[in-house]
Ligand binder design. Structure first.
Ligand SMILES: [Mn+2]
Length: 389
């Protein structure tokens, strides 16, 4: 899905405690290191005896675990996998190097209590945690139960996830291929009288039929004047002749996500629809042309504006124009107005500028691709030409 408001809200929120470049220059080949090795280097630098990992995508990044409701405690030498009996067998299979702990069997029958046991046993004095994941309730519980000093961190494992491995890129390519094939199929269903919800359900069905994970992943499928809503939710509205239909969606494949947007017209596009569509298409293409390792997110944004500068449509663009995609749909790097992100080779990211005119409608064209030494390699095969159905 597009345009996470939180992600674009402030640049400060995107600042990273655990800069992967710094780790690289001080410790050599970051590409050869696993997530847990990099996390331990970070812990050593920050003087942390333990690191509590609670963000689901971060748990997967560090441990390789593909299930849910699980947490990690990484010590300097030992590593613990905390879950409940629904997942203990899966955890033992997927993460054999971890000590699996059933928190329901802990003294206090809680995750905090299970953590407290390990903290005491291993003599953990300082423990990092993800400040944007832990709830206030969780923090209070841990304050009460844990003898360790709790140290807030931000974006540490997220920074490890910014550059993708060849295996991750393969999965992302498959997720993008599934979404592109589903686009070809849904075109046959978009017609006058069908509702947005019906189309959204069919689109999801096509992706699972094409090989996507069954884990639901909400999509945007909106029509007519509603297409100016950046994050509109599919409703009961039926498609009418002359509508724009905006499809912003993707799927999960073996945990890895795709995210694409196409906007089509039902019937013949009128002159204004054609004009806005072509401007938006140029915005997407000119942004992609500007992408190279070393380019900043703000420079990408500048490139996206060339097409609409001096036109009446300039006021209708949005400041966030793309984001990394991997285990999570909005991750580093974020590109847009004021973005200080510096693009890295083998990041996988979307490019999704748009023009949104309240009461009239909007167009967004979103690709997902790899940042390579030669430029942006698009993984989405669906056409960017205007489609009139
Ligand atoms: Mn997106």
């Amino acid at each position: 899905m597009a345009l996470c408001a939180y992600a674009y809200m402030t640049d400060e929120k995107i600042m990273i405690d655990g800069c992967s470049d710094r780790i690289c220059s001080e410790h050599g080949k970051e590409k050869d290191m696993t997530g847990i090795e990099r996390l331990r280097i970070y812990m050593e630098e920050k003087g942390l005896d333990g690191f509590y990992v609670a963000g689901p995508a971060n748990v997967r990044c560090i441990s390789g675990y593909t299930g849910e409701d699980s947490w990690l405690l990484i010590g300097r030498k030992n590593q613990y996998f905390i879950t409940d009996p629904r997942y203990t067998e899966q955890a033992s299979m997927e993460c054999p190097e971890y000590t699996v702990i059933d928190w329901r069997a802990s003294k206090g029958r809680s995750v905090g209590s299970a953590l407290a046991g390990v903290v005491e046993q291993d003599g953990i004095g300082t423990m990092g945690f993800e400040e944007d994941v832990l709830t206030y309730q969780g923090w209070k519980d841990m304050q009460e139960m844990l003898s360790a000093e709790l140290v807030p961190t931000h974006g540490v494992i997220e920074a490890f996830r910014e550059v993708k491995t060849p295996e991750e890129i393969k999965k992302l390519q498959i997720a993008c291929d599934i979404a592109s094939r589903a686009f070809e199929k849904i075109l046959g269903d978009i017609r006058v009288g069908v509702t947005e919800k019906e189309l959204a359900a069919k689109l999801a069905w096509y992706m699972v039929a094409e090989g996507a994970d069954t884990k639901p992943y909400g999509g945007i499928l909106i029509s007519g004047a509603r297409t100016s809503l950046l994050h509109g939710i599919p409703g009961k509205k039926a498609i009418e002749y002359g509508d724009f239909v905006l499809l912003d969606y993707g799927c999960q494949y073996d945990g890895y996500l795709s995210d694409m947007t196409r906007t089509v017209v039902v019937g013949r596009a009128d002159a204004k629809q054609r004009e806005v569509y072509e401007l938006c298409r140029r915005m997407t293409e000119e942004t992609e042309d500007a992408i190279l390792p070393g380019v900043t997110g703000a420079e990408c944004y500048e490139a996206s504006l060339k097409a609409i500068e001096g036109t009446e449509y300039f006021p209708y663009h949005y400041g966030g124009i793309g984001h990394g995609v991997g285990l999570f749909v909005h991750e580093l790097p974020f590109i847009g107005k004021n973005s200080t992100a510096v693009l890295k080779e083998n990041s996988v990211m979307t490019v999704e500028p748009g023009i949104y005119i309240p009461g009239w409608g909007g167009v967004r064209i979103e690709d997902q691709g790899i940042v390579t030494a030669e430029g942006y390699q698009n993984l989405i095969s669906a056409t960017r030409e205007l489609i009139e159905l």
